[in-house]
Design a binder for this molecule. Sequence first.
Ligand SMILES: Nc1ncnc2c1ncn2[C@@H]1O[C@H](COP(=O)(O)OP(=O)(O)OP(=O)(O)O)[C@@H](O)[C@H]1O
Ligand SMILES: [Mg+2]
Length: 484
Amino acid sequence: MKKDKVKLLIIDDDPKVGWILTEGLEGQYDILLARDGIEGIQVASKENPELILLDIKMPGMDGIEVLRKLKKAEIPSEVIMLSGHGETKYIVESIQLGAAEFINKPFDVKEVEIHLQSVLEKSHLRSKIREYEKELKSRNQYENFIGDSAKMVEVRNIIEQVADSDLTVLIRGESGTGKEIVARMLHNLSTRSALSFTKVNCAAIPRDLLEAELFGYEKGAFTGAHKTKPGRFEVANKGTIFLDEIGDMHMDLQSKLLQVLEQQEFVRVGGIQNIKVDVRIICATNRNLEQAIADQRFRDDLFYRLNEITVFLPPLRERLDDILLLVDHFLKKYNALYKKEYPTISSGTIEMLSNFHWPGNVRQLENVIKQIVVREDENITDALLKAGAAMPTNAGAGVPGNSGTQQQQTPVADPVPIDPETGEKDYSLKKRVSKAVEREEKSLIAEVLNKVNWNRRKASEILGVSYRSLLYKIKEYKINEMNS
Ligand SMILES: Nc1ncnc2c1ncn2[C@@H]1O[C@H](COP(=O)(O)OP(=O)(O)OP(=O)(O)O)[C@@H](O)[C@H]1O
Ligand SMILES: [Mg+2]
């Protein structure tokens, strides 16, 4: 098969340059000519040549300006500058703008040929490395995102399609279905991945503090605001912000968030100046947002704005065929972490796991496998499942049968927890709130302890509590390395 010739565009106002190069190079290159900068940019955008030879000194738009415009338009050609006598001062500027090489005039055609060849080789090499890196990155990403059931394949496809866009993504699903993993994957697979991923848990921070945390505050904005502090949106500039538990955000803050989504700008608490940011927003919730809208706890305009792309994570009980892979993954993970060699899980236990309804989803399965590995005993499975069976689910966070798609869900109210002692529904608000705070506190402490390998001093610093009160809480909540 005949190989296509490499396209070379020559932009030079001097017709002699075009003739000489065409004569010497047309055997190997498909040559395009342009006599000034504007024509050059037009041809480059239409033809996408691999190589461009660009004269610096031209009437009208000079070569430096042309180069700037080509790069701004993200035209991927490699640009080689042709510089006449006394134009070496432009070398630094051109290199900074992304020129690949310099050739001095007058030139010898053979010399130009060697330069073109070397630029081309380097460019091919670079694009191979880029491809390889991209592939490696996406492989690493998926290594931790387990599941090949049809529903998870659908989720994966959506992630791949939208990761590298700036679309706002809303991730929905019951607790423990993997919403945070998905948020991190969306960031890691995007071009923002070199910059920060900032997570804010909207449910864990009281309303007033959340506003200051997200948008920052000016000195004197409230008692205790001794100095101006930028918020998470400013810190996350150019990166991604992950607003977890968005369904718990207060209505006033929802309007401020809507403004950021629409105008990419906001005002610090106590400030007057608009601050512009370029942040990709990803949100997650296990709440029933349609119900929250009906109850006037969630703004419908914000909902529609967030709903640009929705990823529904199916509950584990709807994709039981993923259990084998997940078990295998967690076995490897915890054997490595706790330096154990627990070999495999028996088929009897697998069957037991496959018949369970998993109210706590993947998190619960992970916990079961962790305990089996740590205690090197799978006979505890039955007891573990019985203990975890009464866990309230938040069914309705995803749409049964529609997981992974972008469809609307049927409203279902948040379930009222069952009092474990009486077996009756527990409507006491005070009790519910204090239980929720306890749960949040416990899981946060456990998460931080795990992150710092149970270095309690470090954990107390991160959590912003005294060492003694951390020890007290660990004891009170009975947190240990096995259940954390
Ligand atoms: N597909 C998956 N593959 C591997 N691990 C998973 C998967 N889904 C969830 N997990 C694991 O389960 C645990 C819970 O996941 P994650 O924190 O992302 O859930 P979540 O949906 O954000 O839950 P919540 O609503 O309670 O915050 C994590 O330890 C995560 O690593
Ligand atoms: Mg989460």
